[in-house]
Design a protein around this ligand. Structure first.
Ligand code: ATP
Ligand code: MG
Length: 588
């Protein structure tokens, strides 16, 4: 079977009526104003993410419905209803007021996926305090850089993380006024210079008046993944909920009785937009797992928690593929009805793997930290062209454009022609600035278009195909080569688990394509295998595009959010400085 064959959908593939049934009609009738009306109007006006996600459910019919099932390996989990979550967030809002922390101040959270992360995030939003969740595996340096860039005044963390990453470096974060600690053993803490969160929460009231916020007030600060350079801090507003609601409906197809699992950490935008906000907006029950990736554990969660909608990332899919189909066979997923993925291109192999192993193809979707929400997606009712990221959602206008030297852009209408992916401004979750980098923010726009920095093409059916980041595209003998195409071809070979492709400077052709591959369990690097892979790629891609060199690596350098850092492969290959590696996985 050619992995790029279209996956045709029929009514039999749908277990519920999809939220996006008639693509053209829905796009035509869609308006963001109508979505805003759909979201409940708040008692005192304005828009606040915490009210929209939690309070309105807590005050209505979903008070006792489970919002989160928090799972923790080896320890008992915790189930939290919408009513409890609302009351606990109120308490935290009162805690902040007791500490004179106000609207617009910035609060950072450095914690694993524990209930306190979710409670303090929502409580801060009620107080109008801007939240920035950080990935808990960051070291002291990246933490301090981000807290300083965001002039953080409050840090919520755990006693173990404080001990390992903050205590000695606290002087380097001069704007921090308060550090609130969660005891890892669930008890209390008494660390000099810090406050015990549990004690403060115990004496705070369950009720609070929300600080008035408008749709344009800042709510969240998310740092990009640092795949192409130093991570940028993107500012997002409360009004972004309109996008989260619309995309939760269309792209994740959330229905009231779903059990939903988003595997992303809230330290990345996906883990907040789709691990917290979108599922709560739709009043569904989410599973949150504190543990890191483990194939058996993940299959176990999908089965035992009866997950119906699963949102994950290509890196996780590739790791499951690497672990082998035998493990998957021990589990069954009768309730699973929709699987989606984001963060990197999803290779056609992986789309089909989903169909074979999970019984469902994987639906790729595309967005960025800057866009705040899903923009382009494959959705349940429509055929999948494996390797394509799908079509723009209702409310989103996407185009392929060509930048001109004078800063203007021209829309390319010809199908299948490569250019920069651009989005027409006006969707509610668009970022409102890069922290301390007004210039870069300004340069991201040309007239009505936001320029994404990604290269893509659109086919005659309106499906978008990712080509590469503009920084990663390889120019060889007059051809523009997207690394993704080459990586996908290599991944079709049964021995290849992961592939990263770069352009290596060459005096004759400009750049030659060089591939780095890691192998699946049971395969060993050898000269014979190298030659076989070169041959396989040449057959599949043609000589002009196929890699000229292939090197084996035990694992590729990935960001902590699972993206291949091609810039690092290139720096290492050329013996150049590695640049910002704050988001690089440990030991990579
Ligand atoms: P930085 O901007 O710091 O280099 P980053 O761009 O990886 O990091 P994110 O905002 O987390 O940071 O990632 C968004 C990018 O991820 C997109 O611009 C795109 O390059 C890539 N991406 C996301 N989803 C997809 C997808 N479905 N297919 C292809 N690429 C994707
Ligand atoms: Mg980016």
């Amino acid at each position: 079977m050619d992995p790029s064959s279209i996956i045709r959908k029929t009514a039999a593939d749908l277990r519920v009526i999809p939220n996006l049934g008639d693509y053209e009609a829905e796009r035509q009738h869609f308006s963001w104003e109508a979505v805003s009306r759909e979201l409940s109007s708040q008692p005192h006006g304005g828009v606040n993410i915490a009210w929209q996600t939690v309070d309105r459910h807590a005050a209505g019919g979903l008070r006792d419905k489970t919002a989160f099932r928090f799972l923790a390996g080896g320890a008992p989990g915790r189930v939290m209803s919408y009513g409890e979550l609302s009351a606990l967030a109120n308490r935290f809002c009162n805690v902040l007021r007791g500490l004179s922390v106000g609207k617009g101040e910035r609060l950072f959270i450095l914690a694993g996926r524990i209930p306190e992360l979710y409670i303090t995030l929502l409580g801060s939003l009620k107080n109008g305090t801007v939240v920035s969740p950080l990935f808990s595996a960051f070291g002291p340096e990246p933490i301090a850089t981000r807290v300083n860039l965001g002039t953080g005044t409050v840090l919520v963390t755990t006693d173990a993380l404080f001990d390992r990453k903050i205590a000695k470096w606290r002087d380097r974060m001069p704007t921090l006024r308060h550090v609130l600690l969660v005891a890892d053993d669930g008890g209390t803490t008494a660390v000099p210079g810090t406050l015990d969160l549990a004690a403060l929460m115990a004496s705070a009231l369950d009720e609070c008046e929300m600080t008035p916020t408008t749709a344009e007030d800042a709510a969240l600060l998310h740092f990009t993944s640092g795949t192409t350079g130093t991570p940028k801090g993107a500012v997002h507003v409360h009004g972004a909920v309109a996008t989260h609601w619309a995309t939760g409906k269309y792209a994740l197809d959330l229905h009231a009785d779903d059990i939903y699992w988003c595997t992303a950490d809230p330290g990345w935008v996906t883990g907040t937009s789709y691990g917290i906000i979108a599922p709560l907006l739709h009043g569904v029950t989410s599973v949150v797992d504190r543990e890191e990736f483990d194939a058996e554990r993940w299959y176990g969660i999908l089965q035992d928690e009866s997950v119906s909608v699963w949102y994950t990332a290509p890196t996780a899919v590739r790791m499951l593929m690497k672990a082998g189909a035998d493990i998957a066979k021990k589990y069954a997923f009768p309730r699973l009805r929709f699987v989606a993925s984001v963060g990197e291109p999803l290779n056609p192999e992986a789309v089909w793997w989903g169909k074979e192993v999970l019984g469902l193809p994987i639906h790729d979707n595309w967005w960025q930290t800057e866009t705040g929400g899903i923009m382009i997606a494959n959705t349940p009712a429509f055929d999948i062209k494996p390797g394509s990221m799908g079509r723009p959602l209702p409310g989103i206008d996407a185009a392929i454009v060509e930048r001109h030297k004078d800063g203007s852009v021209k829309v390319i209408d010809t199908p299948d022609k490569e250019g920069e992916l651009a989005l027409k401004c006006g969707w509610p979750s668009m970022f409102r600035g890069y922290l301390n980098n007004e210039e870069r923010y300004r340069k991201s726009f040309a007239g009505e278009w936001y320029l994404t920095g990604d290269l893509a093409k659109r086919d005659a059916d309106g499906y978008f195909w990712f080509v590469g980041r503009s920084d990663d595209v390889i120019k060889s003998a007059g051809h523009l080569i997207g690394p993704f195409e080459v990586e996908s071809a290599l991944m079709e070979h049964p021995a290849v688990a992961d592939a990263g492709v770069i352009g290596k400077p060459d005096p004759v052709v400009g750049e030659v394509v060089k591939a780095f591959v890691s192998l699946k369990k049971g395969f060993e690097p050898s000269e014979a295998l190298r030659l076989e892979l070169l041959g396989h790629a040449r057959k599949r891609l043609g000589a002009a595009v196929a890699p000229k060199e292939i090197a084996f690596l035990p694992r590729l350098p990935l960001t902590r959010s699972g993206k291949i850092m091609r810039r690092l492969l290139k720096a290492r290959e050329l013996g150049l400085p590695e640049g910002d590696t704050s988001t690089l996985e440990a030991d990579a």
